[in-house]
Design a protein around this ligand. Structure first.
Ligand code: 4AZ
Length: 286
C-alpha cells in the first residue's frame, strides 16, 4: 500500500524530530490516476461551524495561513484533528505558537469576512495513537466567543446519524483535485456513512493506519468519488444536522475501495465526558 497522504503530510508527535516537512507545501501528490474529489463550492453560511486553523508565521499568507480544518461545537470550543497540532506540523507545541488562530465565518480565505480568533488553549487527546491514528482529535479553546449559530451539536453514541447509508456533508479548504489544488474558498462534498466493514477491509493495518471501528468512522462512496483530502483534516462531517466525524485520514482521496476515515465523534464525546467528569467529581463514585 502506498504511503497515505495523511502520513506523508502530517506526521505524529513521536516522529517530530525526524521530520521538518511543511504541510501543504511538501506533500506527496495523490496518484494522478483519475482521482476525483467530487465536491462543490459552498458559502460558509451553509456550514457555519466549519472553521480554518491558521498560522501565517508557519504557513505563509497566500491562503491566510490555513493548514487544517476545525469545527465549532460550543461558542468557545473548536474540535480539530490531533495530527494537525503535532510539533512536526507546527514546529513547536501549540502553546508556543504566537499566531495560531481560528478563522470563522469566512468563505474566501483571502477576504476579511467573519473573524480571526486567537487560540487560548489547545489540548491534544493524550490517547491519540499516531500509528493507527486512533483518537485523532484535539480540543481548542477560543479567546473570544463565536455566535451560537456557528455551533453544531455532536452526535453521541447510538445516534441514528451513524447508521450506514446516512447522507453526510464534509467541508473544508483542502485539496479539490487529489493532486494539490488548494482552493481559496470553502468546498463541500456529499458522502455517505459506510459500514465499518468496508474500512476494516480497506485498512486492516499497515503503513497507512489501521481502521478501528470504536474510534473511527468510515465514509465516502463505495465506488469512489466524493471525499475529503489533504488540508481538510480536522474539519466536520455532519449528518442529520449533527457532527459525526472529523476528517482524519485515508489512502489517497476519492479512490474506489479506499473510503475516507474520520474520527468518530461519539468517541470524542466519551473522552470529553470522562475528562470533565474526573475534574468535577474526583471522588463522586462510591
Ligand atoms: C490528509 O492528509 C487527508 N481521503 C485527509 C483525508 C483523507 C486523506 C488524507 C481522506 O489530511
Amino acid at each position: 500500500m502506498r504511503r497515505s497522504v495523511a502520513r506523508s503530510l502530517i506526521r505524529p508527535l513521536a516522529l517530530a524530530a525526524a521530520m521538518t516537512v511543511i504541510p501543504l507545501v511538501n506533500a506527496t501528490p495523490v496518484a494522478a490516476d483519475s482521482v476525483v474529489v467530487g465536491g462543490f463550492p459552498i458559502d460558509v453560511s451553509q456550514a457555519p461551524w466549519t472553521v480554518a486553523l491558521s498560522s501565517r508565521d508557519r504557513f505563509g499568507g497566500t491562503r491566510a495561513g490555513q493548514f487544517c480544518g476545525g469545527v465549532a461545537v460550543a461558542r468557545t470550543t473548536v474540535l480539530t484533528a490531533a495530527h494537525c497540532l503535532g510539533e512536526d506540523v507546527l514546529g513547536a507545541p501549540p502553546s508556543r505558537m504566537r499566531d495560531l488562530k481560528v478563522i470563522a465565518g469566512r468563505t474566501d480565505l483571502l477576504s476579511a469576512e467573519g473573524q480571526e480568533i486567537p487560540v487560548r488553549d489547545a489540548r491534544i487527546n493524550p490517547g491519540y495513537d499516531s500509528e493507527t491514528h486512533a483518537g485523532d482529535f484535539a480540543v481548542i479553546t477560543l479567546a473570544k466567543e463565536l455566535p451560537q449559530s456557528a455551533v453544531v451539536p455532536m452526535a453521541s453514541a447510538g445516534d441514528p446519524a451513524y447508521t450506514p447509508g446516512t447522507e453526510a456533508l464534509v467541508s473544508g479548504w483542502g485539496d479539490t483535485s487529489g493532486a494539490g489544488a488548494y482552493p481559496r474558498t470553502l468546498h463541500a462534498a456529499r458522502v455517505r456513512v459506510l459500514a465499518d466493514d468496508l474500512c476494516t477491509r480497506a485498512y486492516p493495518g499497515g503503513p497507512d493506519g489501521t481502521y478501528r471501528a470504536d474510534s473511527m468512522l468510515c465514509a465516502g462512496e463505495p465506488a469512489g468519488g466524493p471525499d475529503a483530502c489533504q488540508g481538510d483534516s480536522g474539519g466536520p462531517l455532519v449528518a442529520a444536522g449533527r457532527l459525526v466525524g472529523l476528517v482524519s485520514w485515508g489512502s489517497g482521496c476519492g479512490r474506489p475501495g479506499n473510503p475516507g476515515v474520520y474520527t468518530r465523534v461519539s468517541d470524542v464525546v466519551r473522552g470529553l465526558g470522562a475528562a470533565s467528569g474526573s475534574q468535577k467529581r474526583p471522588q463522586a463514585r462510591p
